[in-house]
Design a protein around this ligand. Structure first.
Ligand SMILES: [Zn+2]
Length: 320
């Protein structure tokens, strides 16, 4: 079939039956991620299946109209850039799948704010205004799966791989018949070769830098052994045996560690971890918070305090 031409969407063929979709411009900062469409295939899957394609409503509608009927939508995890517009698919009667323990975050914005620890730092009103500004609405119904489960839709098999460093339920996807590995939101965010992004994200209580490094190493091994190409939520397509994504992600983490380590040297040794985190937060090491206002300032301070704290804790563990 010829690919539809939809303004502001880049639709590329990864294999004969898999398309990668990218929303080029966005109206907000966490309102989109790239995802995959599994096209219908005789004897395999009767209807199109969508994998983690959270795009703004007008584009989700356009994709729906071009590829309907669509039977299933599988979510990689429930950070807002992967969760805000899943309701669009849900409203159309597409079955929504999401990993435990995050699946309930799609059902209620309070769950989202509470489960990700926002409410320990910000009030409910600020949280709700943030969530609403990204377009979040709840889904009617969500089917949960365990990270690591293999999902089957007719004769189409989709292997989920637990990559919990980024969030507890976060999964990558392997398409065995196509030999494609999708690492979702692990932190390879180069939209083109050489472009510099933020890298792996661990700005939440439940994120882990050490686990993220394990996830990167596991994904690298998996990719080199089993896959012919790699896709992800925020990047270009990479061909085996190119190790760029993994080297990039590990490098970004160590650069962040270096930033925190050098800032720590300017502080007294007697401070607690919380006091050190507070002091470093004022330095705007990661985000230019002086330029951010209102609710978003509180949200960025929340994220950055976790990023800083995790690097401080890691530096303490490494010195032991
Ligand atoms: Zn994420």
């Amino acid at each position: 079939m010829s690919l539809p031409n939809i303004e502001n969407l880049q639709i590329s063929k990864v294999t004969k039956n898999l398309l990668l979709v990218h929303q080029i411009k966005a109206s907000g900062i966490f309102t989109r991620c790239d995802g995959v469409i599994k096209l219908p295939e005789k004897g395999v899957n009767r209807h199109a299946i969508i994998i983690d394609l959270n795009i703004e409503p007008q584009y989700a509608n356009a994709i729906y109209n071009s590829f309907k009927p669509i039977s299933d939508y599988i979510c990689s995890h429930t950070h807002l850039d992967h969760a805000a517009h899943v309701h669009i698919w849900s409203e159309k009667g597409v079955s929504i799948y999401a990993p435990v323990p995050e699946h309930t975050n799609l059902l209620d914005s309070y769950n989202f704010l509470n489960n990700f620890g926002f409410l320990e730092y910000i009030d409910l009103e600020t949280g709700m205004s943030f969530v609403n500004s990204m377009g979040y609405k709840s889904c009617n119904e969500v089917i949960s799966f365990k990270p690591g489960d293999t999902l089957r839709f007719d004769n189409f098999e989709l292997q989920t791989i637990s990559f919990p460093g980024h969030s507890l339920g976060h999964v990558g996807f392997y398409f065995p018949s196509e030999k494609i590995l999708h690492i979702s939101c692990m932190g390879f965010d180069q939209t083109q070769p050489g472009v510099n992004g933020f890298g792996p994200w661990y700005g939440f209580r439940d994120c882990s830098i050490e686990q993220t490094i394990k996830d990167i190493n596991l994904a690298e091994e998996f990719f080199l052994k089993k896959a012919i190409q790699l896709t992800s939520s925020h990047s270009y397509v990479v061909k085996n045996p190119d190790r760029t994504p993994f080297n990039y992600m590990r490098k970004k983490i160590e650069e962040n560690q270096e930033k925190v380590n050098s800032a720590l040297k300017t502080l007294g040794h007697k401070l607690t971890i919380s006091e050190k985190t507070e002091a470093l937060l004022k330095l705007d090491i990661f985000f230019p918070k002086r330029k951010i206002k209102g609710a978003m300032l509180k949200i960025y301070a929340f994220w950055e305090s976790w990023i800083i704290r995790k690097h401080i804790e890691r530096s303490i563990r490494k010195n032991l």
